[in-house]
Design a protein around this ligand. Structure first.
Ligand SMILES: *Cc1c(COP(=O)(O)O)cnc(C)c1O
Length: 413
């Protein structure tokens, strides 16, 4: 809960009273700390200082243009997973030469747009994809730099939905087959086979699987070089975890980046990392207002104006988010489910949570909501998506307006 702090019993973010933001911007509303985002990004940069590297922010974690602009100005590259994300990066002034394109299902249109923009590299996940990139590069008369995303078959100890690095997952190419795939890819005259990439999953604290994956990738690079491939870069993905509970360890960005840097040192490789969550996750909160309280048998419910359509992580990943009242109150006298108005039993922000007594009209901050929050918001139940606010240099501004009722029906007959 890094940027948050009670002052005069009022919850503040970088010195700004969140109740003021809620009063003016309304609820539900996402609020982000620019200082925290930049500090997280710089923690990567500082650890990698002096080694050839590019930190490509995995923008699927939070793709708001203002946040992309902030990171682009700080020098970040971007990891994109769609043509829509490419569009956002370019609109935000991101440098296409620092963009890597990941994902198992890139369409021809998306690949062509990325070639037109001149991105740094495609992280390719299948042989047919390699063939398509080659064909489209040929048509444009350009060479496409490619890194095969290999699946190192290590088990990242994380939630099943965000683990990607074992052979049971749809991601990457089996590392055991990678050499043969590179060999066959030699036939594609418009590909520059200069990289290897991997990404084994998200919300990880245990370095072992990640270092193990790095070892396997580096072994592969030795073999590929021996076969004459001039491998120049290695992309070790993202995935570093963040603290969602007060007792969780702080995200060890410096330690993590240093460990990977040391692995790669002295091998003539440019290191790419693709952190998402660890850049923006602890920089954001979702503000909500209590609407009602009610009892159902033994259970107590706090019904708020934010719901699973605004923040789906509790429903989708069993995720824990701390919930703090904006006005500090004594004690933790209430045990309740904090739920939204959506017509689904899965619509909860917290279950069986011991929390301060709160009442209708009170404001709450759902913490650590900067990553995979707004980007996964939907209009389910015809709910306009929330506003987004950025706190920067002691003041705040709306960086995405709350959707209107007309936004909800735009484009429909
Ligand atoms: C999601 C993703 C990331 C970022 O993961 P985080 O856990 O948010 O750091 C990086 N690379 C790829 C390929 C991804 O799919």
């Amino acid at each position: 809960m890094k940027p948050l702090d009670y002052r005069d019993r009022t919850l503040t973010c970088d010195g700004v009273a969140l109740a003021d933001v809620a009063a003016k911007a309304g609820t539900p509303c996402y609020v982000y700390s620019a200082a925290t985002i930049l500090a997280n990004y710089r923690a990567y940069e500082d650890a990698l200082q002096g080694a050839p590297h590019t930190v490509c922010y995995a923008m699927k974690a939070n793709g708001n243009l203002a946040i992309l602009r902030l990171l682009a100005r700080a020098g970040a590259g971007f990891d994109i997973v769609s043509g829509g994300e490419l569009h956002r990066v370019l609109k935000a002034g991101g440098d296409p030469a620092k963009v890597v394109f990941s994902g198992v299902g890139k369409t021809a249109e998306e690949i062509d747009a990325a070639l037109a923009a001149g991105i740094f590299a495609f992280n390719c996940e299948s042989e047919p994809e390699l063939a398509l990139v080659d064909a489209l590069a040929h048509r444009r008369g350009v060479k496409a730099r490619v890194a095969l995303r290999v699946n190192p078959d290590v088990d990242a100890a994380t939630h099943a939905y965000i683990s990607t690095g074992s052979l049971a997952h749809k991601f990457g190419i089996d590392i055991g087959e990678a050499e043969a795939v590179y060999e066959r890819a030699r036939q594609h005259a418009n590909l520059l086979l200069e990289g290897v990439s991997c990404h084994i999953g998200s919300q990880q604290f245990d370095f072992d699987p990640m270092l193990q994956a790095a070892d396997r990738v580096l072994e592969l690079i030795v073999c590929l070089r021996a076969k004459g491939f001039s491998i120049r870069h290695v992309d070790l993905g993202g995935g570093l975890g963040i603290a969602y509970k007060p007792d969780d360890p702080a995200p060890p960005i410096g330690e993590f980046a240093t460990a990977l840097r040391e692995k790669v040192a002295g091998q003539g490789l440019h290191l790419f990392l693709e952190p998402g969550r660890s850049i923006v996750g602890d920089a954001g909160v979702l503000l909500a207002r209590v609407l009602y309280r009610k009892k159902g048998g033994e259970k107590e419910f706090v019904i708020v104006d934010a719901a699973m359509n605004d923040l789906i992580r509790p429903a989708l990943y069993d995720a824990h988010h701390e919930i703090l009242p904006l006005r500090a109150t004594q004690g933790c006298g209430l045990r309740a489910d904090v739920v939204g108005p959506v017509c689904e039993s899965g619509d909860f922000l917290a279950q069986d949570r011991q929390m301060p007594d709160v009442f209708p009209g009170d404001l709450l901050a759902v913490c650590t909501a900067g990553a995979y929050g707004f980007v996964q918001a939907s209009n389910y139940n015809a709910r306009p998506r929330p506003a987004e606010v950025l706190i920067e240099d002691g003041s705040w501004r709306v960086i995405r307006a709350r959707e209107s009722l007309d936004d909800l029906i735009r484009g429909e007959e």
